[in-house]
Design a protein around this ligand. Structure first.
Ligand code: GLN
Length: 486
């Protein structure tokens, strides 16, 4: 019996009933990695020995009757911009190629306490800038549903690994869509949590006001389990909210979901691939069949969201990435003639083209004379987006849109055209600008067999409602994940 293709929820039951051990499960996942990793390129670093030791430790605890968390013993892959103590954390950049953090990100502390097994660190776009994983310094990850195509990005390694069975679930990070878009392109589930519900301590910052860490998995329940384990206040991150969170998994309730009203913003259905639209509309029909009501709404700011996102995200990135200067840690150029030359060469050699593009754009929009024209206006626009969403949520419980306007594109197809690449995020960036939670759910395939995803957006801290609706759709549509590369 193979185990790598089961969900975290199923495996958690099997582990707690002692039908399987974590060692068997972890060995099975590594066997799968050995079989397909050369095809997918999902991992930057594999930590086989540590993972097997950890699995044995968890099995021992279980044998001794210790009470364990539902995630104990389950292999969860980690995006390579989340600091893992004593495990190299590269952000898929030459700049951090040999960086081994002396500490854990808060989410890692929490997951370690819960006894997860870490099979390794997952590839991504360099510093999470991109939508295809092609900007990684190391390699391009491939979509397991079609190896000539991208898995999406920037959490493409996370999505590809989960989709190919190279880990059971994974953590990604989402600044403008980097969890949802790759989840959609790989046919799996991904949650971008409410801003301030998950600690960013130890997440290498891209755009601090937009970044959130979140789960990627093969079922709604897996996301609920993983999100429940990482959310909550953290005194190391002052932007995390003080509040109580429910036991999301236990509280999943599809009956409440049936009574909900969902808004369909007409702007999000403009200019998307007709096959994507068709599948999203079919999903709407399925939910309507259960009693969910739909109404058309309008979010007119959508048109300007991408422009505002690229101004805000780049501005913050240019400031956050100033720390990589060859002095403190990370790459330093070999030959230089003084401090300024060292800075220049280190940064020219250490960063890739996309990262440089963002730093230049960010520095430009923050410079005197342009600040008011660009950055300040983008920040004002942000207020407008928040107000529009607030108003929309007065008339509906959730909002439904496609996650990505297109299915997985060919490797190399968009990488030479940044503006085309940026279009990948047209349905996802508003959520980050407004700090809202959103989930991407698989809802079918196009005629090439490429996965399509829909996005549900909720008010702040409405993750439970998102899980309820996602579970309802998962049940009603009879979803069962079909593992590729069998
Ligand atoms: N693709 C978007 C970008 O390049 C989003 C990235 C992200 O969410 N990390 O900025």
């Amino acid at each position: 019996m193979s185990l790598y293709d089961k969900t975290a929820y199923e495996l958690s039951e099997m582990l707690s009933k002692k039908e399987i051990s974590s060692r068997e499960l972890t060995a099975d996942v590594f066997q799968r990695i050995d079989a397909v990793e050369d095809l997918t390129n999902a991992y930057v670093t594999l930590t086989r020995e540590e993972a097997m030791d950890r699995a044995a430790e968890i099995d021992q605890k279980r044998a001794e009757g210790e009470e364990l968390s539902p995630l104990a013993g389950i292999p969860i892959g980690i995006k390579d911009n989340i600091c893992t103590k004593n495990i190299r954390t590269t952000c898929s950049s030459k700049m951090l190629e040999n960086f081994v953090p002396p500490y854990n990100a808060t989410v890692m502390e929490r997951l370690q306490k819960d006894g997860i097994v870490i099979p390794g660190k997952l590839n991504m776009d360099e510093f999470a800038m991109g939508s295809s994983t092609e900007t990684s310094y190391f390699k391009t990850t491939k979509n397991p549903h079609d190896l000539t195509r991208v898995p999406g990005g920037s959490s493409g390694g996370s999505a590809s690994a989960v989709a190919a069975g190279e880990c059971i679930a994974a953590l990604g990070s989402d600044t403008g869509g980097s969890i949802r878009q790759p989840a959609s392109l790989c046919g799996i589930f991904g949650l971008k949590p409410t801003y301030g519900s998950v600690s960013r301590f130890g997440l290498v910052a891209f755009a601090s006001s937009l970044d959130q860490i979140g789960p990627i998995g093969r079922s709604t329940k897996d996301l609920a389990m993983l999100y429940g384990a990482i959310c909550g206040h953290d005194h190391y991150d002052a932007t995390t909210a003080y509040r109580e969170y429910p036991d999301f998994l236990k509280e999943i309730n599809t009956a409440v979901a049936k009574d909900m009203v969902i808004g369909l913003p007409k702007e999000y259905f403009n200019g998307i691939d007709p096959q994507v639209e068709e599948k999203v509309r079919e999903a709407i029909k399925t939910l309507e069949g259960c009693g969910v009501r739909f109404k058309e709404i309008s979010l007119p700011s959508t048109e300007y969201a991408l422009s505002a996102y690229y101004i805000i995200a780049s501005a913050e990135a240019s400031s956050n990435l100033a720390r990589f200067d060859g002095v403190k840690y990370g790459y330093r150029t070999e030959n230089y003639t003084g401090l300024t030359d060292m800075y220049e060469k280190t940064r020219s050699e250490g960063f890739g083209d996309e990262v440089k593009r963002r730093i230049m754009l960010g520095t430009f929009v923050l410079s005197s004379g342009y600040y008011d024209a660009y950055y300040k206006r983008a920040k004002l626009f942000q207020k407008q987006v928040v107000a529009e969403f607030n108003q929309a949520f007065e008339g509906c419980d959730l909002i439904l849109t496609p996650t990505s306007p297109v299915t997985a594109f060919k490797i190399g197809e968009n990488i030479g055209d940044p503006l085309k690449m940026y279009m990948s995020d047209v349905c996802t960036v508003t959520v980050n600008i407004a700090g809202l939670p959103a989930i991407s759910i698989p809802c079918g395939k196009d005629d090439k067999g490429l996965p399509i995803g829909l996005q549900l957006i909720g008010p702040k801290f409405s993750e439970q409602a998102l899980f309820n609706m996602s579970e309802l759709y998962e049940m009603e549509s009879g979803f069962s994940y079909e593992m590729p590369l069998k």
